[in-house]
Structure formats: structure tokens, C-alpha cells
Design a protein around this ligand. Sequence first.
Ligand code: NDP
Length: 255
Amino acid sequence: MSNPFDLTGRAALVTGGNGGIGFGIARGLAEAGAMVAIAGRNTAKNSKAVAELEALGAKAIAVEADVSDEASVAAMTSQVAERFGRIDILVANAGINIRKPPEDYALAEWHQIINANLTSLFLCANAVLPAFRAAGAGKIITIGSMSSIFGGAIIGPYAASKGAVVQFTRSLAVAWAKHNVQVNSILPGFIDTDLTRGGRQSAPEMFARIVERTPAGRWGQPEDLAGLAVFLASRASDFITGTAIPADGGYSIQL
Ligand code: NDP
């Protein structure tokens, strides 16, 4: 029997795949056999990530794109479809955070976070649907957070966006089951990336508490997300949709 996790011949688009969690996932998908397109705004980071994926023997491309911009998302998706001839997997991973008390955000900052983390999912999911419908199947993996479950004093707009990512994931899963599209969310725990490095410096006591509270007793690394992403991208998960699965070293199940 063939390996149910094998992604040979599949084409994946990973937004924010040029670093951090996105790169960890892109690498996992490539190692499982997929062709991988990574999308990000920074061309230097894009080129470096593609070179690393190619060094693994993977077919990889980079697309410069801003996922909060409708025209940019449309151009990104058509470039990937053209270069690979198909799109089977979307990992809607790109995201940002700005940390401060709720009363200190400018409205523009609120919109910036919601657009990058949530509107981007709306845009990217709708942009890949035609390719999925043409193929008769598709997989979408969204990236939530511990803040999809918990609130935090200096992450209000981020937590609002990540809670909504999970609810939109469920709605997409219900709506597109008839197209044989499965839509699931990964809720990463605390992962060592550029995104969290700044916060660790500005609120060290909060970040020390995180390790104390995590049963695994450590921060996660980007590669800790790869196995779950491969599972959710593969036919092994064809009867699984609308879920939000923590990959958090146990953070969310300890009192
Ligand atoms: P990084 O800052 O390391 O990576 C973020 C990625 O998103 C970069 O590749 C960046 O590329 C890309 N990106 C950001 N904004 C845009 C945009 N508008 N258009 C295109 N690409 C964009 O962060 P992480 O790897 O930590 O975060 C990845 C995801 O995981 C995010 O959704 C984050 O919320 C989530 N997450 C992270 C956790 C953690 O502990 N690290 C915990 C829970 C969730 P570029 O700058 O080139 O555009």
C-alpha cells in the first residue's frame, strides 16, 4: 500500500514560507515530496529559503507577494499555478503582531494586524479555490495560535485575528466539503522565531512563565510544526476537516 503521507507530485503554496514556522512547514512538505512555492515580501529572505529547499532536492520557487493585498494575492496564485501547473495545498501562515495595551493601538495598526492575519486568509483561500475545484480536491492549513484560545493584555488585535482565523477555518471547512477541500488549523504554542524574539526581549518575565507552564519544558522550534502540516496536507487526513489542533508541548492542557 502506498504511503498515505506521501506528497509526491503535489504543489503547495506556503505564505510567509521564507522564515520561521512557514519555512519549517515548507521544508517538511518538501521532504514529503511536494513542490513548494513560498510567498513573502522580502526578496532576499525568499531567495535564501528557496536555495535551502533546493539543496534538499525539492522543486521550489519563491513569489514576492503581500498577502493583505487582493491584487498581489491574485498575482501570487496565478504565478504558482503557472509555474507548477497546479495548486493542491495552501498553508496560510503569514502573520504579524504588534504588542501594546488595547488603548494604545492606532486604528491603522488594528487594520494592519487584522489584514495581515485574517483578511489574508479570506483572500488566499478564495484565490486557490478555482485550482482546487479543477483538481477535484484541495487542502488548506491555517495557522491560529494559543491566542485563538486565550486572551493577552498586549496582544488584543492579534488575539482577535487568531480567534477569527479558527472560526473562518470552520466555516470554510463546512462550505467547501462538497468540493473535497479539507480545511484545518494548526495552533502553534510558543515557537522560537523572529516574531517572538522581540516579545521575549520586551516582556522577559511573561516569556519565562511560558516555559514553566509548558509540560514539554521548552520553546518549540519551527520544525516541530512540520509533521502535523504534512499530515493535514496529505490524504491521511481526508476525513478530517474544520479542526484546530494545538502543537504546543502541552501548554493549552495544563491548569
Ligand atoms: P516570522 O516573523 O518568523 O514569519 C512571518 C512570515 O510572514 C515571514 O515569512 C514574513 O515574510 C511573512 N509575512 C508577514 N506579513 C506578510 C504579508 N503581508 N505578506 C506576505 N508575507 C508576510 O513569524 P512566525 O514564523 O513566528 O509566524 C508565522 C505564523 O505563525 C504567523 O501567522 C504567526 O501569527 C503564527 N504563530 C507564531 C507563533 C510563534 O510562537 N512564533 C505562535 C503561534 C502562531 P516577509 O517579511 O518577507 O513578508
